[in-house]
Design a protein around this ligand. Structure first.
Ligand code: HEC
Ligand code: HEC
Length: 216
């Protein structure tokens, strides 16, 4: 395993590869959204994602949006709209949003800072921390920290994972190639995570998800 000395450089290189294949992402519209419209949408998002965007466990886990990187959040809303990321609930929610509303919503959640919901088995955390910080050299899995940051706060298109619901993380990593990057004609940032998700066993995913879910 090569030592990764410069995280920002690595990230820039990876994104350059992805975007040269995909072409530039569309520019977001600059048309303003009224305060009332935005507030009404935010109230709607909270009915599923929790009052302070902390996530919520219903019939299935609704992910934490609080303190999420705006660029990542916007990328995901676009991916739902274009069905590159498949989820029937979020397609219905997202396809009615104007481009400027998508941008405004993405910026909103960055300022929320609730405590993590928790709920994962704590005895898995130590194993999860090791995977997060060192990766799995034998399975060609780089350290998660090299892209998601030492404290899992994310950066740009690299999502924050700290405080995310462990059961949500588990489902996303197990189902990665069935849900993300579903338009072969339009490759996106999900391609970066695909080999990594495949390189992890389910017990390893459960461990790293438990560790991340308690980080503030
Ligand atoms: C009816 C419930 C519901 C509502 C309302 C809702 N969401 Fe979601 N959202 C979900 C579910 C369920 C998921 C998880 C999808 C999956 O598992 O892939 C999700 C996922 C997301 C994701 C992906 C998060 C990630 O970490 O990748 C974003 C971004 C998102 N929602 C934003 C919003 C915004 C913004 C609103 C308000 C306009 C909103 N959602 C309203 C149920 C909802
Ligand atoms: C080479 C960079 C890189 C490494 C290393 C990496 N990731 Fe990722 N990860 C990404 C990118 C980019 C995304 C966003 C994918 C997208 O836009 O669909 C992502 C997304 C994710 C998501 C989805 C988050 C959500 O809210 O749905 C999870 C979970 C995740 N990574 C976990 C991990 C874990 C665990 C590791 C270590 C075993 C890891 N990642 C290592 C780049 C990386």
């Amino acid at each position: 395993m090569k030592h990764i000395s410069s995280q920002p450089l690595l990230q820039a290189a990876i994104l350059a590869i992805v975007f040269s294949a995909a072409g530039r992402a569309e520019q977001s519209s600059t048309v303003a959204v009224s305060k009332q419209e935005l507030q009404a949408k935010i109230e709607y998002c909270k009915t599923c994602h929790g009052l302070s965007g902390q996530g919520f466990r219903g019939a299935f886990p609704m992910p934490r949006l609080a303190e999420q990187q705006p660029e990542y959040l916007e990328n995901q809303l676009r991916a739902f709209i274009e069905r590159r990321r498949t989820n029937p609930v979020m397609f219905n929610v997202a396809h009615v949003l104007s481009p400027s509303m998508v941008t405004a919503l993405a910026a909103h959640f960055k300022d929320l800072n609730p405590k993590p919901l928790g709920g994962a088995p704590r005895e898995l955390m130590a194993a999860g921390k090791t995977i997060y910080e060192d990766g799995l050299p034998g399975a060609n899995v780089p350290p998660c920290a090299s892209c998601h940051g030492p404290e899992a706060k994310g950066d740009g298109a690299f999502p924050r994972l700290a405080g995310q619901l462990h059961d949500y993380i588990f489902r996303k990593l197990v189902n990665w190639s069935r849900e993300r990057g579903q338009d072969p004609a339009k490759p996106d940032t999900s391609a970066i995570m695909e080999p990594i998700a495949h390189g992890l066993t389910e017990p390893q995913i459960a461990a790293v998800a438990a560790y991340l879910s308690y980080l503030e």
